[in-house]
Design a protein around this ligand. Structure first.
Ligand SMILES: [Ca+2]
Ligand SMILES: [Ca+2]
Length: 70
């Protein structure tokens, strides 16, 4: 799936990762979704987590995020 450039994906990641920890937790996703119509890059939150969380630890790292979007 290739919907944005790597730079765009990185910028979106930084926007969602509010505490700058380098990984997106579900609470951060929810906060972001609340402000953006419940979607991330056009996917519903649950769909996004299922699609992007490659190792299933319920956290999205920048690597997982980029390999999903860019
Ligand atoms: Ca974080
Ligand atoms: Ca993960």
């Amino acid at each position: 799936m290739s919907t944005m450039t790597e730079a765009e994906a990185k910028a979106l990641f930084a926007e969602i990762d509010k505490d700058g920890s380098g990984e997106i937790r579900l609470s951060e996703l929810r906060d972001y979704g609340m402000a953006n119509g419940g979607t991330i890059g056009g996917l519903k939150l649950a769909e996004f987590v299922r699609a992007a969380d490659a190792d299933g630890d319920r956290r999205i790292t920048l690597t997982e995020f980029k390999s999903h979007f860019a």
